[in-house]
Ligand binder design. Structure first.
Ligand code: PLP
Length: 391
């Protein structure tokens, strides 16, 4: 048998795929154990019936053939208008490429920004696919740590030191896994570094409808940044459409034109009936997005309220997104050991902080993704487990 390419054989690198606990929890569930999963960022509700009805209508109306590769015109126009309002930039449909989910957008954006062997910066802790996505385009991921003591805001001095010779910087606010929403000072600092070192900024804003404290400012809204920013968005989190695989990249017209060429040679677009459903979903307006987001804010408060007064657990209240990062260092365990032992002892699955880079060691990420009553059961077990370890 021929050997696979080095690129694919080394895609996830050593020890950073981080999905072990998740797969073990799924295997335990399949074997009949009552595991409470607080692992991946998947809503406990499905896609709204009205969106599914539109998907069905569009498919029955014949939108089942090849769709326009860059995206159907009304969806590109609607996304352009949405981002024009958010970024304060005059985007048109030609600034938008519709892609099969934010993940495909991250891949396409790095493909557009980086050549083989280029250094691509990212901020640690990071969403678990980031290093592999960068390696997949032949670039070299270089994480720059953000500290828990700084509320996981980016370390501007560290980024400036890493920037010379790098090609791109990937940022994510609101952040998975930390829940940090980048402050204006952080964003202005990043913009200055990108400008001084001629970096592309790839801005992953898939959680921009889930902001609990403060204000999410898109980096492309800062002076001069739209010309060097590729913003990635998606309907996965905002509209509970994770399985529909629908997202976008917004960027300079010439770059988007080249990315359409990439799409022609990779995905060949997104199914038309999915795009029609996405268009319908976006037109439901902000109330529908707020309704999808609300349970995460509520459960965040439940968790923060319940850990208060327990010395074994600390957390920086997440300002956005659907997770809480718990600092479990007082238990004396690593995030990996805590998650593994919690699963065995209490049948509760959380993600070890180490899955998201070195800066999150000694933490676990709790996804706020179970119905309230089951969520309370899960976190009660988690807190009890941590307290027993710490005493
Ligand atoms: N970016 C971040 C930070 C995420 O957490 C996720 C999914 O969890 C994605 C991108 C990918 O989302 P999707 O491909 O479903 O749009």
């Amino acid at each position: 048998m021929p050997t696979p390419s080095q690129r694919i054989a080394t895609l996830t690198g050593a020890g950073d795929d981080g999905w072990e606990i998740f797969y073990r929890a799924r295997a335990m569930k399949a074997a009949g154990h009552d595991v409470l999963e607080l692992t991946i960022g998947e809503h406990d509700i499905g896609t709204a019936p009205a969106i599914l009805d539109e998907m069905h209508r569009a498919a029955r109306a014949g939108h089942t053939g090849y769709a326009a590769v860059p995206g159907i015109a009304p969806l590109r126009a609607t996304v352009a208008a949405r981002l024009t309002a958010r970024h304060g930039q005059a985007y048109g449909p030609e600034n938008i490429l519709i892609v099969p989910g934010g993940q495909a957008g991250l891949f396409a954006a790095h493909h557009a920004a980086c050549d083989q062997g280029d250094r691509a910066l990212l901020i640690d802790p990071y969403y678990a696919t980031y290093p592999g996505t960068i390696r997949a385009v032949g670039a070299l991921p270089q994480p720059v740590a953000a500290k828990s003591e700084d509320g996981f805001q980016p370390d501007l001095a560290g980024l400036r030191a890493a920037a010379p010779g790098a090609r791109s910087l990937l940022i994510n606010s609101p952040n998975n896994p930390t829940g940090a929403v980048y402050s204006e000072a952080s964003l202005r600092g990043i913009a200055a570094i990108a400008h001084d070192h001629d970096l592309w900024v790839i801005a992953d804003e898939v959680y921009d409808t889930q902001v609990w404290d403060g204000h999410h400012q898109p980096i492309a809204s800062l002076p001069g940044m739209a010309a060097r920013t590729l913003t990635v968005g998606s309907l996965s989190k905002s509209h509970a459409m994770t399985g529909s695989r629908l997202g976008w990249v917004c960027g300079p017209v010439e770059t988007i034109a080249q990315m359409i060429n990439l799409a022609t040679h990779t995905t060949y677009g997104v199914p038309g009936y999915i795009q029609e459903a996405g268009l319908f979903a976006l037109n439901l307006g902000p109330e529908a997005e707020a309704a999808v987001a609300a349970p995460f804010n509520r459960r965040r408060d439940m968790l923060m309220g319940r850990i208060a007064g327990h010395a074994s657990l600390r957390a920086i209240p997440p300002q956005g997104a659907m997770y809480v990062m718990l600092d479990i260092r007082a238990t004396g365990l690593s995030g990996d050991d805590f998650a593994a032992r919690l699963l065995d002892a209490e049948q509760v699955a959380v993600m070890p902080g180490e899955s998201f880079g070195r800066a999150a060691a000694g933490h676990v990420r709790v996804a706020l993704t179970l119905p309230d009553d089951i969520f309370v059961t899960a976190i009660t077990r988690l807190i009890g487990f941590a307290e027993r370890l710490a005493t």
